[in-house]
Design a protein around this ligand. Sequence first.
Ligand code: UDP
Length: 337
Amino acid sequence: MAILLTGGAGYIGSHTAVAFLDAGVDVVLADNFDNASPKVLDRIEAITGKKPKCVRADMCDKQAVEKIFAENEITGVVHFAGYKAVGESCRKPLKYYRNNLDSALTVLEVMKKHGCTRFVFSSSATVYGDQPAPLTESTHTGDCSNPYGWTKYMIEQILKTACDADPDLSVVLLRYFNPIGAHPSGMIGDNPNGIPNNLMPYVTQVAVGKLPRLNIFGDDYDTPDGTGVRDYIHVCDLADGHLAAIRYAENHVGCEVFNLGTGVGYSVLDIVKTFSRVNNLDLPYAIAPRRPGDLATVYADPKKAETVLGWTAKRTLDDMCRDSWNWPKQNPNGYEE
Ligand code: UDP
C-alpha cells in the first residue's frame, strides 16, 4: 500500500516524500523530470534511509498513469504535478490550461477506475486574488490575476463537483502560502530553472554570487516598512501538512479546503535582514519599481487546519532563512555536480 506523489521529485513533492517516509508511510513518486532532477531520489534515500520507488511518467499520459495503478496498490494521491511559473503562464496560457487541467483529470479518471478515493491537491493562496488579509477558507475566490492561478481555481471547482457526484470520494484542497526553506540536511531544496522569480531563490542566488543584488519590488506599499508582506512557510511544515491531510482523507468523504500558512506576515525587508543575520552575510539590495500584479499584504488565517487537521507550522523565520541558505551553500549548482 502506498501514496502516489505526482510531481514527487519537485521542491514540495520531495520534501513531502521525506516527511511520509520518516512517518512510515510508503510512497510511489511519479515525475516527468521536466522541472526536477532524478538525483533527488538518492538524496531522499540518504536522508530517510529508504529508497523511494519512482516512475518516470507524465500525468497527462493516461496509459502511463494506468500502469502505475496496475502495478502498485495506491491508496491515495497527493497531486503536485503541474506547471507553476506565473510569468510563463501569462505568455503561454494554453500550455498551462492543457497541462494542469489534463493531468489532474487523467489522474482522477484512473483513480476512479481503480477504486482509489483519496486525493490531496496542491492549490495556492493565489486563488484568493486581491482580498484583505487574513484570508480564511471562506474568503471569496476566483479573481485570479494569471492563468497559473486560474488552473488552481479551476481544478478546485472540478474536485468540488467530482465530490458532489461521488459519495465515496475524499478530497483535500491545500492552499499554500509562500513556501521557502529546505530540509535542514541541505541535501534537497528549491531548484528553479533560470533566473528565479520568487523572492527566496533570488535571495540565495545573490548570496551565492550568481546575481549582483536583490531588487526589492516597491517600498511604497501600505505596509509597516513599505515593502510587500507575505506569509512565508517552511517547506518541511508544508510537507507535514500533507501528511495530516492524507490522514484526514482516510477518515472523511467530501471536499475540504485548508490554508497552509503560519498566519504571520513578513515583509521583503524582514526577509533580507533575517537572512543576513542568521547566515552572517551581507545581502546587496536596491529598491526597484513595483512588480505589476503584486499585492501589498497576503497572509493566512490558519486556524481551520489547526482545529480540524491538528496541524500548525512550527518552524520560525530564522529556521526558514537558515535552511534556505544551507541548501545552495552546499549545492551552488542545485542537483548538478
Ligand atoms: N519580491 C521582490 N524581489 C524579487 C522577488 C520578489 O521584492 O526579486 C517581492 C514581491 O514583490 C513580493 C514578495 O517578494 O512582495 C514575494 O514574492 P514571490 O514572487 O516570492 O511570491 P508571491 O508574490 O507570489 O507571493
